[in-house]
Design a protein around this ligand. Sequence first.
Ligand code: SAH
Length: 223
Amino acid sequence: MFLTILTFSFQEDDNFKAERNNMVKTQIESRGIKDQATILALLKVKRHKFVPKEYVKRAYQDGPLPIGYGQTISQPYIVAFMTEIIKPKKGFKVLEIGTGSGYQAAILAEIIDSVYTIEIIKELENSAKKRFKDLNYKNISVKNADGYYGWKEKGPFDAIVVTAAAEFIPPPLLEQLKEGGRMIIPIGSPFMTQQLLLIEKKGGKTKTKNLMFVRFVPFTRSK
Ligand code: SAH
């Protein structure tokens, strides 16, 4: 009996590994993601551990999935794109707004030194925190707050990744970006198509580039 369960779970893991490899090949590499560190992180992180039980079988599909409280885990390709664009490397300190499932934070944590991530919904912050502990991520710090204000005590950051769509760029986030740093943020009205922007801070000025149309859940504000 015990052996049966054991064999079964090994098989399950193997299946997921094959699905993950396939996800990286067909959704990530085929769409032009080239950064090796990003690709290795997507091959490694078990996305099925970041989705609710009822979606485990769909964890490697090409799209976002519900994670409760009206929120979603982003599409794998979008996570890869947002990771590659900040040019992540060892030594980096990155701020993420919108922890959600914690998947994007885990991908970053595989590559860089420290990830600070903020989630406005207490229950999601709690479950992400537990997940990071279970999966042994020691370089991710989570807090429950309105990410509009950033995390000043821990800044400035080499990069800031915002995973909820805001109507404008929160000024505190720009302030907490290092000179030479990059911020990626979806901007636009909630539930409509938004623009994914890349903002670079150079010589005290900012340079903004429009990357693509995206659809994210709204950036909400604490009352
Ligand atoms: N990065 C997540 C994507 C989650 S969706 C993942 O990989 O799963 C975006 C998340 O942003 C939601 O969980 C939502 O609750 C959160 N959010 C929205 N507005 C926020 C704000 N002002 N501050 C912090 N988190 C916010």
